[in-house]
Design a protein around this ligand. Sequence first.
Ligand SMILES: [Zn+2]
Length: 189
Amino acid sequence: MTAEKAERGANGRRFEFCPRFRARGSEAAPRSPPHPGNRHPAPRALTMDVYLQQHRKYYYYQERLDTFQNWPFVTECTCTPENMAAAGFIHTPSENGPDVAQCFFCYKELEGWEPQDEPLVEHQSHSPQCAFILLKKKIEDLTTEEFLKLDKERVKNIMRKQVAERIRTFEQEAKVARCIIEDLVTKDC
Ligand SMILES: [Zn+2]
């Protein structure tokens, strides 16, 4: 593997403390040719209901595959839509991240894909505890009890993600408020 995926944070930004963080932006050299046709507006924030109910369909391979309509890597590569979907990913592009893919189960988001990347290997590397990739049975072969137990883990994962996102938002707002207060105090002095 020559590429190191960049993990995206709970609110769509990458964790800056992550050692795998890769600079991205107008100064960063593009890693692959731009795909103007693949640009999408930033998706609206998903509600809990969407995650809980609608995302349940992504247990089906075909539903995951259908999200990769505008995926940049199709031929002469290993991270094809088929391999991405088989590894549990769905395509969740944003305005500045056309190649963002997210595991529908552990909600790990990865971007910065290279054509020769192996989706399952990347998934295992970045989210080794993901219960979906650790499954020993096919989804269709699970009993109802086994499926409900599995889906409970998915719900826990999304709740953890949402709580982390709210904490991060709160901390950012607190930082801004602190700056404003300090600025006011300085002006008064
Ligand atoms: Zn996962």
